[in-house]
Design a protein around this ligand. Sequence first.
Ligand code: AGP
Length: 603
Amino acid sequence: MCGIMGYIGKNQGLPVIIDGLSKLEYRGYDSAGVAFYKDGHIEIVKKKGRLADLKSALREMPVSRIGIGHTRWATHGVPSDTNAHPHTDCSGRIAVVHNGIIENYAVLRKDLILEGHDFVSETDTEVIAHLIEKYYDNSLEEAVRKALKHMKGSFAIGVISKDEPDKIIAAKKDSPLIVGIGEGENYIASDIPAILSRTNKVYIMEDNQFAVVTPEKIEFTDFSGNSINKEIYQVPWDPVAAEKGGYEHFMLKEIHEQPEALRQTLRGKIKAGRVELDNLAIDAEKINKIYIVACGTAYHAGLVGKKAIEKLAKIPVETDIASEFRYREILWQPNDLMVVISQSGETADTLAALREAKRNSIKVLAVTNVVGSSVAREADEVIYTHAGPEIAVASTKAYSTQLLIMYLLALYLAQARKTCAEEEIRKITEEIINIDEKVEEVLKQEEKLKELAYKYRDVQSTFFLGRSLDYAVAMEGALKLKEISYIHAEAYAAGELKHGPLALISEGVPVLSLITQDELVEKTMSNIKEVKARGAVVIAICKHNLQEECQECEEQILLPDMNPFLTPIVSVVPLQMFAYYMAVFRGADVDKPRNLAKSVTVE
Ligand code: AGP
C-alpha cells in the first residue's frame, strides 16, 4: 500500500505535493520521492527513509507548477533510493508513480529488455514507465492507454511528461485514486487526507477509469477512451479524521481493511485451483520437521499454521514463542525448516530465533509484512503479507493475512508432497478465494459487537474458550482484549478448564466461546454448561449452522456457514471488534495502549 500525490496548477506544486505525502505516510513510509517539470525537463528527487529525508534532499523547494510524488510501502524490491518512486523511462521523458502490484511485471520486463530498454530498479513499477515509453509517439494519453492494456494486477498511477507539461494522466484499477478539484489547480491522490487542506471537493475514481487532469479541466474516460461523467463528492471529514479514513482510530480502520488486505495478499497465489508461491526455493518433499517461531499475535497465527500444515502436508510442526525458543535444546535435523512470522520483521526475539536456526544451517522461511525488514533480509526465503502498514499497536489485518499465508503454505506443501487429493485442494482454494466476503459479512455485525462491549464494559476479568482451531483463535482474542482495554483475559482450551481454571469462574464473568468446529460442538457445549453452572455469562461466537446448539448461551455472534478448517480468518473478527469497543468505552488509548510498542526491538 503506497501513497501517490500529484499537483498541476498556478501555484508552486512541490510544497503541496510534500504536504500531501505527509498525510499519506500511514500508507507507506520506507522511501519517498517527487518528479516535477522544470525548464523543459523532468527532475526526480527520491530517497530511502522517511519524508523528512526527502525534504532535506530537496533543500529549497524548486519552483514547478506540475509534479507527482510517492511515499512507498515496498512490495517488490527493498527500500532504497533506486527503488523509490517516481520511476522514469530510458530517456527521462516521463515519470510515473504507482500504488499496487503489477502481477505480470517479470514477463513485461523481460520483453522490454529484449527490446532494448534498460532497467535500473528491482520494482514492478519501473515496467510501467518503459511500457509508456514504448508506445509514446506524440500523445502521452494514448501511450498510457496502450500501456494499460498489457498490465495485469492492481494499479493507481500518475504520469507526467516533459513534452506535455500541461497535464497529469491518472488511471485506476484495484488501488484507490481520487482527483481533487481546486481553483486554477487540481490534484490526484491515493486518499482524501492528502488534499483535504486544499479542497473538500473530489472525484472518487472507480476501476478501469482514466483521467486527464489540467489546471482548469478534469476529463474522465474508461480505458478505451469512452467519456464518463462523474459526480463530485463533498468530503465531510476534518483532516485528522481523514487520515483514519473517517474512522475514530487506526485499529478500527485496519479491522475494516481486512477484506482488502486479504485480497492483496492472495493476489496471484491461486491459479486454476492450485497454490503458486513465486519461486519459493523449498524442497518440500524432503522437509523433516517444521518449527514455527514468533511472538504475540504472530505466534497465534503460527498455531493455526501448525494445524493446517500437519493436516494437509502431514509434516510434524512445533510452535514456540520466540523468547522461549532460545532456551530449548533442539535436536536439529538437516532437513528441518524454521518458519518465522513477524508483521514488523524487526522483533528482536524472533530475529534471535532466526539467527539460532541459521547458526545450525537450518533453512528459514519468513512471513512478514515489511519488505526489506531485518527478518526478510536474513531469512533464506520470504513470503510477504500485503496488509499495508499497520499503524495500531494491536495487530489485526496483519494477523488475518498471516493466517492466509499459513493456509497457502500448507496447501503448497501438500501439493508438492502429494499428501492431499487434488480435489480437496481445489475445494479449499475455492473457499479461500472468497474468504474476504465472509469477513465482510461479519464486519456488518459491528453495531451488535459495539452493544455487547457497552454491556460488559465494566467487567474486570474474562475468559476465552475454544477447542482445536478455536483455541488458537481464543488466544488471539484474549490478547486483543487485554492489550488495548487492560481487562484481564485468559484463553483456555475448553477441555482444560475443569483442571483448575474453572475455580476462577464466578457470577457474571463473561466467557467468550468460539464454536466453529462442527465435530467438536458437543464437547465444547459441555464445557459451556460447566461455566454456566458457575454463573458465567457465555458469549458464543458460532457458525450459523451451529446456532441451535448454542441456544443456551446468553449472547450469540453468528458467523457465516463455512468450512470449519478456514474459520480462524473469520472468527477472529468479532473478537477484534469486541476488544476495540471495550477499549473505547473504557477510555483507553486504543491505537497506542500503555506500556506497549508497535515493534518490540528489544529482548
Ligand atoms: C499484537 O497485537 C501485539 N502488538 C504484539 O503481540 C505483536 O504481535 C508482537 O509483538 C509480534 O510483533 P511482530 O509480528 O511485528 O513480530
